[in-house]
Design a protein around this ligand. Structure first.
Ligand SMILES: C[S@@+](CC[C@H](N)C(=O)[O-])C[C@H]1O[C@@H](n2cnc3c(N)ncnc32)[C@H](O)[C@@H]1O
Length: 378
């Protein structure tokens, strides 16, 4: 499917291939980061911060996508934390999908696949082709050509090697200066799994938060090494572990009242590199064991009332949680909250005076439109 692009004021620089007719190898490879829609600016920040002069962000205007050029070692990109997946991207001019089977084009795609496979130590066994109309005769032929060339077995759903094809919304990205002629974006995912599927996730929990969102929520607390950080309702530990990944802290504590999810959080924490840097406590988030005004930063992934909790319970849980968080927070402490119960959250916020709403981020997650609220203790 073509990606919807906003005609926005956001920055869209010209790629070198638009400026000149040939790509310049010193500019590196063209990549696209897949990001939770609404978090593009955080991904662009991380890309710039982590890779400096080796990376040039080209376009942040796509919903859920950030394009960039990169000339460092591809393996280093695998450590990004705010990005769901990284793809190498090639624009192939030509209206019909059959253009992709043309000798020169097919060779270019093969080279791209080889670049990805040689960059990562991962073991690729299967291949999946994701494209609109993937059942058509032509797409089936493309699939079997790719399978034959790569020696990988075709997978119907998730494959180790993921190839995405889509009609290009950015025809002018053509490295052949094809102007506005229609074409195809070929995207090959770097790595046999998305980056959002963290190595630490040993225990799955149905209501678990996407790890890239958890990381952004940790960043939104402005992590400092002196922090006492509390994650209320920690579930399987996503916010807890990603807070540790975001930087040192004096103390990182996860609180939940469900022993089964606490065991799940413990398993995930053990599998992370931060096993010794956090503690877990069984307690009710409406009445925690922390002293008054003792916590520097807090976060919570509130039950949405769908997979976890119920709308009925949330009516009392939300205000009680904000009250208890206000009790334990130091003055000016940030409290980063995610929820999908927007009307309830807005009503609860309007009826209290302990927290000031500093920022609200709209994101898209599993087809839902939750928001991240950044609150500040008054
Ligand atoms: C949406 S889940 C959090 C999921 C978590 N972010 C993760 O990635 O796994 C909400 C959590 O709040 C916990 N919870 C709900 N009500 C609670 C209460 N009154 N006291 C303590 N924990 C509670 C649930 O057990 C659940 O683990």
């Amino acid at each position: 499917m073509p990606r919807t692009r906003k005609t926005s004021s956001k920055r869209r620089e010209k790629t070198s291939s638009q400026q000149t007719s040939r790509p310049n190898p010193s500019e590196g490879v063209l990549c696209e980061a897949e990001v939770v829609p609404g978090l593009e600016a955080f991904a662009a920040d991380e890309l710039r911060r982590r890779f400096g002069a080796d990376l040039r962000v080209l376009d942040t205007s796509g919903s859920g996508a950030v394009r960039f050029r990169y000339r460092g070692a591809l393996l280093k990109l695998m450590s990004l934390r705010t990005v769901q997946a990284i793809y190498l991207l090639k624009y192939i001019p030509g209206r019909r999908p059959s253009t992709l089977l043309g000798d020169a084009n097919f060779r270019e795609i093969q080279t791209l696949i080889e670049t990805v496979r040689s960059a990562e130590r991962g073991d690729y066994q299967t291949l999946h082709l994701a494209a609109a109309g993937s059942d058509t005769v032509l797409m089936q032929r493309l699939k079997s050509e790719f399978a034959q060339q790569t020696g990988l077995a075709l997978a119907d759903d998730k494959g180790d090697l993921l190839i995405r094809l889509r009609p290009s919304a950015q025809s002018a990205q053509s490295s052949t200066a094809a102007g506005d002629q229609p074409g195809w974006d070929v995207l090959i995912r770097l790595g046999a799994r998305p980056l959002a599927t963290r190595d630490w996730r040993q225990c799955n929990y149905e209501g678990a938060l996407n790890a890239t969102v958890a990381h952004v929520m940790a960043l939104l607390t402005n992590p400092a090494p002196t922090d006492t950080y509390v994650n209320l309702g920690c579930g399987s530990g996503s916010l807890l572990i990603e807070r540790c990944a975001a930087g040192d802290a004096r103390q990182v504590v996860g609180v939940d009242n469900d022993p089964a999810v606490l065991r799940c959080a413990a398993a995930n924490r053990e599998a992370s590199e931060y096993a010794s840097r956090s503690t877990l406590a069984r307690a009710d988030i409406r009445s925690t064991p922390f002293a008054t005004a003792s916590v520097d930063a807090l976060s919570i992934d509130l039950p949405f009332g769908q997979r976890v909790g119920s709308h009925e319970q949330n009516r009392t849980l939300y205000p009680a949680t904000l009250r208890e968080a206000a009790r334990i927070a130091r003055p000016s402490a940030p409290f980063v909250v995610i929820t999908h119960e927007l009307r309830l959250m807005e009503a609860v916020l309007s009826q209290q005076s302990a927290w000031r709403l500093e920022r609200e981020l709209r994101i898209v997650l599993r087809g839902l439109h939750p928001r991240i609220f950044v609150l500040r203790r008054i």
